[in-house]
Design a protein around this ligand. Structure first.
Ligand code: DON
Length: 313
């Protein structure tokens, strides 16, 4: 019996134990469409490079990637333009501020966003994605996500996209501020860039799609099924480092101590995480804690990581 067989025997029980914690959280309300998610949903999928898949809970539940998408748009921008260009536009440090904060853009020189996983940074990354038109850029992002997830049917959830676009006053302010201070250039149309950003945040997935995306990162950028290199190893290394330092918002330190794995969460309640060299993991659990991470999802991965001694540290 291998490790995943052993976990499978126990996984439904851990999901049931962790699901109880959802009652301590709230579903995100600032994008009204997200409020439709059932509060106590919880599901997990774990995939190994040889294709063994185990799962439990609400495995068919679909949510939008939200901030989890930022990891992969960062990678695409790096593949399009290289490290030097990308890091002339966004920094490499955590902020300690909320993900949608404007504070440091004004306080610290130069006014580039501190990192690509906060909203300001991800908006700048959206402006770096190459393509002949905004539509073409969004298509390239969607196709890249389809490639990494191995799911050619991934789509943008148009309702969530429209809901976010209609309630995006903070992101609009961030983008116009970035334009004013020259981080977004004269050629960058703010509304077009925001549309690219909202669209990639609204790509709809299940926990198994996220597990497959995470598996490519766990496997150093190589699709284990085909043996094809989809992402240069260096960019996987950069992405995983940001996931450790900034992936769980202002709870990234706490998560590194409690779980010890690279991870990225999103406001719809997804967590994409991985055990390097071993597994890709996707979790869905829409009720969020005060730091913006899935309450039940964090509880679940912490139980698993501790029991299986998965921490990298
Ligand atoms: O821009 C927003 O507010 C959402 N589309 C994504 C936010 C999110 O998941 C938190 N990000 N770090």
């Amino acid at each position: 019996m291998n490790e995943l067989d052993q976990i499978q025997d126990w996984l439904t029980e851990v999901v049931d134990i962790s699901r109880v914690f959802a009652s301590q959280g709230e579903v995100a309300a600032y994008i009204p469409e997200l409020l439709k998610a059932p509060h106590d949903t919880l599901g997990i999928c774990i995939i190994s490079p040889d294709g063994q898949t185990i799962s439990a809970g609400d495995v068919d539940f679909e949510l939008t990637l939200q901030s989890i998408s930022k990891v992969f748009t960062l990678i695409l921008a790096l593949m399009d333009l290289g490290e030097a260009h990308v890091f002339s536009k966004v920094g490499k440090e955590p902020t300690g501020d909320d993900f949608n904060s404007m504070l440091k853009l004004e306080l610290v020189e130069p006014g580039i966003p501190f990192n690509p996983l906060i909203n300001a940074g991800a908006i700048v990354i959206s402006a770096l994605i190459q393509g002949q038109s905004p539509q073409h850029k969004s298509e390239r992002i969607l196709n890249f996500f389809r490639l990494i997830s191995g799911n050619a049917t991934l789509e943008v959830d148009e309702e969530v996209f429209m809901s976010e676009a209609a309630h995006a006053h903070r992101n609009r302010s961030l983008a116009y501020f970035l334009k004013d201070n020259g981080v977004l250039t004269d050629q960058d149309d703010v509304e077009e860039i925001l549309e690219i950003y909202f669209r990639h945040c609204s790509i709809k997935v299940t926990c198994s799609d996220m597990a497959r995306m995470a598996l490519v990162l766990a496997n150093e950028g190589v699709d284990p099924a085909s043996g094809e290199s989809l992402i240069p190893r260096r960019y996987v290394q950069i992405a995983k480092t940001f996931m450790i330092t900034c992936g769980m918002y202002n709870a990234s330190g706490e998560f590194a101590i409690g779980v010890g794995l690279p991870a990225k969460s999103g406001v719809s309640g997804g967590i994409l995480t991985l055990v390097p060299g071993k597994y890709g993991i996707g979790i869905v659990g829409p009720a969020l804690n005060s730091k913006g991470n899935s309450v039940a999802g964090v509880h679940l991965i912490e139980l698993l990581s501790r029991r299986q001694k998965w921490s990298m540290f």
